[in-house]
Design a protein around this ligand. Structure first.
Ligand code: MG
Ligand code: MG
Length: 253
């Protein structure tokens, strides 16, 4: 069931998103060849806790870190480890915060040093998928309008769309209903109404959309081991009908 947010609750979620945006503003200077995912994770945890928040992913379903760090063929849910990032990698960072009980969620894919044209293009088109999806959020539209915006743009460029994982409502918990798929299929297709807060997150693969989960039960990789990109914003439909993107990060594409 969709839990709509009243104006006071929306204000709380916005504050959580503002803190998350301040964290994301710290990442560009820290993403470089040689940095390890573990270092990025501990930076994120310290930053969030110092600001009075809690990392929402830490311990969620047993996830062992505050930040998901997903290089190259890792689609999402990468567990931060000690292997340094290297020139030419792309790396997805996904993070969520609980501030005063309110949840935020955002993700970005960064280039590590100089990357291939192929990787650059995948990142750019995935970011465009997110932009188109955000533009489809308006009162009276339906969730599948958002899904279609992602799916049609990715397909037009010959990319694979991940179907097993999707966007979601957010604000009172890490994941809430409704789901926001990145493809058009069956499933619930509610109308978008004031008070909804959605985390929209296209996951787009260079090859096919097929994925698998590794032995650690978390890391989601492409089945063909080609690269994948992921961008996410939290967006609110206000009670005056306006639509507001609550998270921010510097566009690396
Ligand atoms: Mg996320
Ligand atoms: Mg999310």
């Amino acid at each position: 069931m969709t839990k709509l947010k009243n104006p006071a609750q929306l204000a709380g979620i916005k504050r959580s998103c503002e803190l998350l945006s301040r964290l994301f503003a710290e990442f560009p200077a820290r993403i470089r060849p040689g940095v390890t995912p573990k270092v990025l994770d501990s930076f994120a945890r310290t930053f969030i806790e110092k600001a009075g928040g809690k990392p929402s992913f830490l311990g969620y379903g047993g996830f062992p870190a505050s930040l998901c760090v997903s290089p190259n063929e890792v689609v999402i849910h990468g567990i931060p480890d000690g292997r340094p990032l290297k020139e030419g990698d792309i790396v997805g960072l996904d993070c969520g915060i609980i501030l005063d009980g309110y949840y935020s969620d955002a993700a970005i894919t960064f280039p590590v040093g100089a990357i291939s044209d192929e990787a650059q293009r995948l990142m750019r088109i995935t970011k465009e998928c997110l932009d188109r999806a955000l533009a489809a959020v308006k009162p009276g539209a339906r969730i599948h309008d958002v899904s279609r915006a992602v799916f049609s743009h990715a397909l037009a460029h010959g990319y694979g769309v991940v179907r097993q994982y999707c966007g979601h409502a957010v604000g009172f918990d890490v994941h809430e209903d409704p789901q926001v798929p990145n493809y058009v299929g069956g499933g619930p297709n509610p109308r978008i109404v004031p008070g909804m807060v959605l985390a929209i997150e296209p996951m787009i693969n260079l090859g096919t959309g097929d994925v698998k989960v590794l032995e650690d039960d978390w890391t989601v990789v492409t089945l063909d081991r080609r690269i994948s990109a992921h961008y996410e914003h939290t967006i609110a439909v206000n009670h005056d009908g306006s639509v507001e993107i609550l998270t921010s990060w510097a566009d690396p594409t």
